[in-house]
Design a protein around this ligand. Structure first.
Ligand code: PXP
Length: 239
């Protein structure tokens, strides 16, 4: 299972003081040296953490895979078309939320998203759709033209008690299998940490996870290199 590290919260610490450090661009290099196979950042409309300068520089320095997470707005599509990340992950965005709260509504936005995917494909940018683990979302992802789906694991991460956790995990497993059978690349993310990642290793269809907050939090105590290395070790322990 590959690891993509989301460096948003390096920028969050910077923005708390309006300073120039810590720099998410330097973080990206350390993550790659420690074994990450991709770097993700979410450019939000309000620029609360990652800003336009970060996105441009990350594009230049990331040597593995640069994934620009963004809402499917005209402004973001223009930026992606200029910056040319390897991959765009489309997410819903709500100004008041602390973090992305759920997957895309594919039913409501199908034809709009079809056009967005076409536009990004015309620039040779792969497109991932961030979706809730609902079977209906798989056919729709294919109709929209996605290359990849990222299954939203937030509900699993927040599940209270073993029963709810197993229930959420089984939904994720079902959707992952359906998507893989239909030829989509399957990834997952949101709220994953060093503990709740373990049951995930059994879902063989999930090729990659995107993790931010837990790695950056651990890095405060262990250093970023070790925090990434520790997660890579767990992911590599998959049989
Ligand atoms: N994937 C997506 C689509 C996200 O929006 C986020 C949060 O920015 C993540 C993964 C990473 O989540 P976390 O920071 O909880 O690991």
């Amino acid at each position: 299972m590959r690891l993509s590290v989301n460096v948003d919260h390096i920028a969050t610490i910077r923005e708390v003081r309006g300073e120039i450090e810590p720099d998410p661009v330097i973080a990206a290099g350390i993550c790659e040296l420690a074994g990450a196979e991709g770097i993700v950042c979410h450019l939000r409309e309000d620029r609360r953490h990652i800003n336009d300068r970060d996105v441009k520089l990350l594009r230049e320095v990331v040597k593995t895979k640069f994934d620009l997470e963004m809402a499917a707005t005209e402004e973001m599509i223009r930026i992606a078309s200029e910056v040319l990340p390897d991959l765009v992950t489309l997410v819903p965005e709500n100004r008041m939320e602390l973090t992305t709260e759920g997957g895309l509504d594919l039913r409501k936005n199908k034809s709009y998203l079809q056009n967005v995917v076409k536009e990004l494909h015309s620039k040779d940018i792969l497109v991932s759709l961030f979706i809730d683990p609902e079977p209906d979302n798989i056919d729709k992802s294919i109709e929209i033209g996605a290359d990849i789906i990222e299954i939203h694991t937030g509900k699993y991460a927040n599940a209270v008690g073993e029963k709810e956790q197993i229930n959420e995990l089984s939904k994720i497993g079902t959707v992952a299998r359906m998507a893989a059978e239909l030829g989509l690349v399957v990834t997952a993310g949101h709220g994953l940490n060093y503990y709740n990642i373990i049951p995930f290793l059994n879902i063989s269809e999930i090729q990659e996870v995107s993790i931010g907050h837990s790695i950056i939090s651990r890095a405060v105590f262990t250093g970023l290199h070790k925090a990434v290395e520790d997660m890579v070790k767990i992911l590599n322990s998959r049989l």
